[in-house]
Structure formats: structure tokens, C-alpha cells
Design a protein around this ligand. Structure first.
Ligand code: SF4
Ligand code: MG
Length: 328
């Protein structure tokens, strides 16, 4: 039940005006050992902030993150460092995540330098070389600097470094969206292989439903800092419950062999976390909104592994969920 709001200073700040960016508004989810949970949604929906909260890189206003049964501290003390060795992150921009002045082998060995000071230097480098091989980099690339590699190779370096300490959670924030489409599949396949070999769980953040379909065991859809739908990928993509998910899915290219849905075009302003609509935050853009939607906040109702937050999805009186009627 995590909430994170930031105070913003507006240009009119001369008069002490301020505004609040409501990045995350009561998000709850769990991630099982070895599972891949995809967080999907438009940019600005709070996916990346949720990821940083999960890792204890940001402190929530309220709510709690637990990892392997332990509350994740945000003080960057010894307990945080211990947990952070077990939870690693892969970013969208591998160049920004790497040190431009250091050969890649040394960067892959860095987690050992920080967390395994007991390990002899030669062994650290040997292990880093093994990690390089495991992500498909060549031994002769060990002395290369990041700028000498392609984008896909750089992301392989980041992945190798993230896996050095054998983490049980990998948070992947748009890990392939900065890469050429032809390279994306290679990096996704690599992540998939490594997961099968080492068994890490992943919080996989993406706006690209194609990528999510390939990677996710479970999907959570976010809109304006809330989870609005959750379920297995085949359920969420083939039988979306929430009107927002219905629109997202209708706008994505359908895989071969499925019938093309009519595209649902959303009108209204793009979501703005500084100015969240009343009631259901999606109501100004929702094609099937009813009068109550601007007043009452729909709760996320869970039933049989699925969840949705929409007044039209709950059946009256019961917990069963049915898709909102869509206009397509
Ligand atoms: Fe649309 Fe209302 Fe459902 Fe929100 S609660 S998604 S506005 S129908
Ligand atoms: Mg982001």
C-alpha cells in the first residue's frame, strides 16, 4: 500500500505556489520467488517510481516494501546494502549505467569489489570473465570501454554485472526500449535463458506489450500511480477487464493468428500526475464512464488471480469480475 507524492515548485513560486506530483497512489502487489511480474502502462504512470521504491532507493510517504520477509530500509545502511546485493537493477540506458573510464571486465567485477572483499582479486576477475561468457560477450572484449561496444553489448555488460552476486530479484526498467528492434529479441532471450538457469524473480517494467507478452508470468497494469488490472498475460491480453487495459491492448499490434480487435481511441488529455481527476482517475478518458465514476474511487477487487479497479467490472454484491462493456 505504497504512496509517494512529491512537492513541486511551480514557476510562479515567487508567490510560494506549489503543486504535488502524485507519482504512486496506494500500490500493492506481490512477486513470487522466480516469477516475472510485468508492470505496464504509459510513461508517467508511476512504473519507474514503483521500481525505485521496491529497491529502497526512494522512501514512500506511507506503506511498506518487504523483501524475503524483511522490511526494505531506505537509510542506505548495512541492512540496506545487504538486501541490495540480493536485488539488482537493469536500466533503460546501459551507457548511463556504466563508467565510461573503466574497462568492462572491471565493471563486471565491481559487485565483488564492494560485497566480497574476502575474495582474492584474481578470483574476482576470473568470475567476471565467466559472467562475460554467460551473457555472450567475447573474452577479447574484456578490456573494451563502454563506448567501444554496441548498445546491445553494453546491456549485456549491465546484465552480467547485475547477476554477479546471484540476486534473487532483478528489477528491469524498460531494459530493451533503447535498443534497435533487431537487438531487442536477443537481449530478451538472454534474460529469459539466464532466468531459467539462475531462477531470479523479475519486476519487469515496459510500455511495450509485445515485450511483456514474451517475458511475463503475470501482468499488472498501472494508470496514474495505481494498479488498475492484474492477471496472467493471456487473460489480460485476450480478455482485458478494465476499459484502460482494453484500450491499451486494442492499440497494440496483435500476434499472428489472432483476430484484430477494433482499436479503441482514447480522447481527453494524457494522464497528468500533478492533476489527478476525482473518482476514477481514468474517467475523463474512459469511453464507458458512468456518472458515479467522477465521484467514487473504484477499489481494486481481486478474484481468482485476477484483479481490476473499475465500477463496471465488479458484479453487484459478489466478488466475481466481468469485463467492462467496451465500445469497440
Ligand atoms: Fe471507466 Fe468508470 Fe470503470 Fe473508471 S470506473 S474505468 S471511469 S467505467
Ligand atoms: Mg520510466
Amino acid at each position: 500500500n505504497i504512496t509517494l507524492h512529491y512537492a513541486l515548485r511551480l514557476p510562479g513560486g515567487l508567490w510560494g505556489q506549489s503543486a504535488t506530483l502524485k507519482a504512486v497512489n496506494g500500490v500493492s502487489f506481490h512477486l513470487n520467488r522466480g516469477e516475472v511480474l510485468a508492470l505496464v502502462g504509459e510513461s508517467g504512470c508511476g512504473k519507474s517510481t514503483t521500481a525505485r521504491l521496491a529497491l529502497g532507493q526512494l522512501a514512500p510517504n506511507s506503506g511498506e516494501v518487504r523483501f524475503e520477509g524483511v522490511p526494505v530500509p531506505v537509510d542506505r545502511g548495512p541492512e540496506w546494502r545487504r538486501l541490495r546485493a540480493r536485488m539488482q537493477m537493469i536500466y533503460q540506458d546501459p551507457l548511463g549505467a556504466l563508467d565510461r573510464r573503466l574497462p568492462i571486465l572491471n565493471q563486471i567485477a565491481e559487485p565483488f569489489d564492494i560485497h566480497r572483499k574476502d575474495m582474492p582479486k584474481a578470483e574476482r576477475l576470473e568470475r567476471a570473465a565467466a559472467l562475460m561468457r554467460s551473457v555472450g560477450l567475447r573474452a577479447d572484449q574484456a578490456t573494451n570501454f563502454p563506448h567501444e561496444l554496441s548498445g546491445g553489448q553494453r546491456q549485456r555488460v549491465v546484465i552480467a554485472r547485475a547477476l554477479a552476486l546471484d540476486p534473487s530479484l532483478l528489477v528491469c526498467d524498460e531494459p530493451v526500449s533503447a535498443l534497435d528492434v533487431s537487438i531487442q529479441a536477443q537481449v530478451l532471450n538472454l534474460l529469459d535463458d539466464l532466468r531459467q538457469k539462475t531462477g531470479f524473480a523479475a519486476l519487469f517494467i515496459s510500455h511495450d506489450l509485445k515485450v511483456v507478452r514474451q517475458m511475463a508470468d503475470r501482468v499488472a497494469v498501472m494508470y496514474l500511480g495505481k494498479i488498475v488490472e492484474e492477471g496472467l498475460p493471456e487473460e489480460v491480453f485476450h480478455n482485458p477487464l478494465h476499459p484502460y487495459t482494453q484500450a491499451l491492448v486494442s492499440a497494440a499490434p496483435s500476434p499472428r493468428g489472432t483476430t484484430r480487435r477494433e482499436r479503441i481511441v482514447l480522447s481527453g488529455d494524457p494522464p497528468n500526475p500533478v492533476n489527478i481527476p476525482t473518482g476514477c482517475a481514468f474517467h475523463p478518458r474512459c469511453p464507458v464512464a458512468v456518472a458515479n465514476c467522477r465521484k467514487e474511487v473504484p477499489q481494486l477487487v481481486r478474484d481468482a488471480g485476477r484483479a481490476a479497479a473499475c465500477h463496471l467490472v465488479h458484479t453487484a454484491g459478489g466478488s466475481a469480475l466481468r469485463p467492462a462493456p467496451n465500445l469497440a
